[in-house]
Design a protein around this ligand. Structure first.
Ligand code: NAI
Ligand code: MG
Length: 488
C-alpha cells in the first residue's frame, strides 16, 4: 500500500529558484585513453564505451575498454616503476608527491565536483562539500605518514608489498580512488587502479593531476573497463596485493580467485547498517541523522543506516516526522546546489531498487514514498520509508543500495542489539541516546566495524573504516589503513 498522505502544500515549504552549477566547468574531453606508464594510451583492442550522465541519460565521454593485454602493460609499468624508482625513494620524497596531489585536487576541486556529479548523479552539494575535500584530505593525511612509517607500529623498517591492484565502485568514485591510492603510495607501493564502468571520469581527471604533480611514470596506472578488466587484474600473476570495494558477490569471487596464491587481499563489501534510536535521544538531531544516514548519496552507501531500529515508545512520532521530512527532500537536477537527492547511478541499480521495494510491498510492509515529481529522463527513485517491517522481510535483510529506509521497532536495549546483529553484514551502526553509558553498553555488543554515536555517515581520514563478516576484512583510513600496504 502506498500512502502519500502528505501533500507538499501542507508543509509551507520554501520554494527555491534553481541554482545550477554549470556543466561546462567539467571541460570533459570527447574521449579518454588508458593511463599507463605516465601517458594516456589507446587500448590494444581500440575498444571503448561511453560513460553516461544518469540524470539525463546523455553520453558524457568515451573511455577505453582495457583488456588482458592492457592489464599486462599496466602491471609491467607498475613493476618497473616499483623496482627502478618508487622502492628507492625516501618517505620524504613520496610525501612531497602526495602533498602535491592533495593540493592539485584542491586547485581543481570545482571541476572535479562537477565531473563527479555529472558522471555519478550525486548532488553537487555532496561532491563539492564531501567527496572532493575528503579525497584531498586523504592524500594530505597519508602524505604525513610517508616519512614516519617506522613509527606506525609495524616494526622498525616496514616494507611495501609491491604492486597493488585496486578495484573500486561507482558510489564515491574519486574518494574511493583516494582511499586506495594514498596509503598505497605512502607505504611505497605502485598501483594499477580500475574505476567502475559507470563512473570512470573523475579517476581520469586524477590521472591528469598525477601528470601535473610529475609523479614518476608507472607509479600509478589507471585502467577503465568493466568486470572482465577487474577479473584480469585479480588473475594477473604480477600483482602482489588486491584491494577491492564493491558487492559481496564479487568480493566472494575474488577471494576464491586469490586463494592459494601469494596475493594479499582486503575486501570492503556491502552492509545493512542499523541506526538505533532510543526514546531519550534529542529528536530533531536524530531525525536529521536518520535522514542523512539513508538518503545521503541516494542511499548508494555501503555503510548506509538502511535499517532504522526505533524504540517502540517513540515509534509513531518518529515515523510521522520522518515521513514529513522525506516529503521536504528536494529531488532532481544534481547540478542544482539546492538538490538533496540526485539520480540513481544506473538502470541496473534502479532495477534492483525497484525489485526490492516491490518485494517490501508484497511482504506486507507499509510504504511511504515522497510525492516529489521525478524527471522524465534518466534514472530516479523517490525517497521511500517502509514501516511495519519485520526482520524476516527481504527489505530488512538485503542491501538495497538506494533511497529506501526500513523501519523496525524494539522495546529493550537487549532487543535492539539482537535485531541490529540479525544480519550477515557487519559494516556500520548508529546509536542515538542521551546516555553515554547506554550508548557504550550497546556499542560493545554490536558486531560492526564502525559505530557512530549521535551522528551518522561521518568520515575522516584519521579514522579506520571497514567491516566484519560479509562486509569484508581489512581497514582503510588511519594508521590501520597502512597495514594493508605493508609487508607485516
Ligand atoms: P560490483 O561489485 O560488480 O562492482 C564493483 C567493482 O568491481 C567495479 O569496478 C566492477 O567493474 C568490478 N568488478 C565486477 N566484477 C568483477 C570481477 N569478477 N572481478 C573483479 N572486479 C569486478 O558492484 P555493482 O554490480 O556495481 O553493484 C551491485 C551491488 O553491489 C549494489 O547494488 C550494492 O548492493 C553493492 N555495492 C556495494 C558497494 C560498496 O561500497 N560496498 C559499492 C558498489 C556496489
Ligand atoms: Mg556515468
Amino acid at each position: 500500500m502506498t500512502e502519500n498522505h502528505l501533500a507538499t502544500s501542507h508543509l509551507g515549504a520554501f520554494d527555491y529558484d534553481p541554482a545550477p552549477e554549470s556543466a561546462s566547468i567539467a571541460r570533459l574531453r570527447d574521449a579518454y585513453g588508458l593511463f599507463i606508464d605516465g601517458d594516456f594510451t589507446d587500448a590494444a583492442s581500440h575498444a571503448s564505451f561511453a560513460s553516461v550522465n544518469p540524470a539525463t541519460g546523455a553520453d558524457l565521454a568515451n573511455v577505453a575498454q582495457a583488456n588482458s593485454p592492457d592489464v599486462d602493460r599496466a602491471v609491467a609499468a607498475a613493476r618497473h616503476a616499483y623496482d627502478t624508482v618508487w622502492s628507492k625513494t625516501t618517505g620524504a620524497q613520496r610525501a612531497k608527491y602526495l602533498f602535491r596531489i592533495a593540493r592539485l585536487i584542491q586547485e581543481r576541486s570545482r571541476e572535479l565536483a562537477v565531473v563527479e556529479t555529472l558522471d555519478n548523479g550525486k548532488p553537487i552539494r555532496e561532491s563539492r562539500d564531501i567527496d572532493v575535500p575528503l579525497a584531498a584530505a586523504h592524500f594530505f593525511y597519508y602524505a604525513g605518514w610517508a616519512d614516519k612509517l617506522e613509527h606506525a607500529g609495524y616494526g622498525a623498517n616496514p616494507r611495501p608489498v609491491g604492486v597493488a591492484g585496486q578495484i573500486i565502485p561507482w558510489n564515491f568514485p574519486l574518494l574511493m580512488a583516494a582511499w586506495k591510492l594514498a596509503p598505497a603510495l605512502a607505504a611505497g607501493n605502485t598501483c594499477v587502479l580500475k574505476p567502475a564502468e559507470t563512473t570512470p571520469l573523475s579517476a581520469l581527471i586524477l590521472a591528469e593531476i598525477l601528470q601535473q604533480a610529475e609523479l614518476p611514470a608507472g607509479v600509478v596506472n589507471i585502467l577503465t573497463g568493466d568486470g572482465a578488466t577487474g577479473a584480469a587484474l585479480v588473475e594477473h600473476p604480477g600483482v602482489d596485493k588486491i584491494a577491492f570495494t564493491g558487492s559481496t558477490e564479487v568480493g566472494r569471487l575474488i577471494q576464491r580467485r586469490v586463494a592459494g596464491s601469494a596475493k594479499r587481499l582486503t575486501l570492503e563489501l556491502g552492509g545493512k547498517g542499523a541506526n538505533i534510536v532510543f526514546d531519550d535521544a534529542p529528536i530533531d538531531e536524530m531525525i536529521e541523522g536518520i535522514i542523512d544516514g539513508i538518503f545521503f548519496n541516494q542511499g548508494h552507501v555501503c555503510c548506509a543506516g538502511s535499517r532504522l531500529l526505533v524504540q517502540e515508545t517513540i515509534a509513531d512520532e518518529v515515523l510521522r516526522r520522518l515521513v514529513r521530512r522525506v516529503e521536504q527532500l528536494r529531488v532532481g537536477d544534481p547540478l542544482d546546489k539546492n538538490t538533496d537527492v540526485g539520480a540513481i547511478n544506473s538502470a541496473a541499480q534502479l532495477a534492483k531498487i525497484t525489485e526490492l521495494v516491490a518485494a517490501g510491498e508484497a511482504e506486507g510492509a507499509t510504504r511511504y514514498s515522497s510525492s516529489c515529481e521525478l524527471p522524465s529522463a534518466g534514472y530516479w527513485f523517490a525517497p521511500t520509508v517502509f514501516a511495519n517491517v519485520s526482520s524476516s522481510h527481504r527489505i530488512a535483510r538485503e542491501e538495497i543500495f538506494g533511497p529506501v529506509l526500513s523501519v523496525l521497532t524494539f522495546r529493550t536495549p537487549d532487543e535492539a542489539v539482537a535485531k541490529a546483529n540479525d544480519t550477515n553484514y557487519g559494516l556500520a551502526c548508529g546509536v542515538w541516546s542521551e546516555k553515554g553509558s547506554r550508548t557504550l553498553w550497546v556499542a560493545e555488543r554490536l558486531r560492526a566495524g564502525v559505530i557512530w554515536a549521535n551522528t551518522y555517515n561521518r568520515f575522516d581520514p584519521t579514522s579506520p573504516f571497514g567491516g566484519v563478516r560479509e562486509s569484508g576484512f581489512g581497514r582503510e583510513g588511519g594508521r590501520h589503513g597502512l597495514e594493508a600496504y605493508l609487508d607485516v
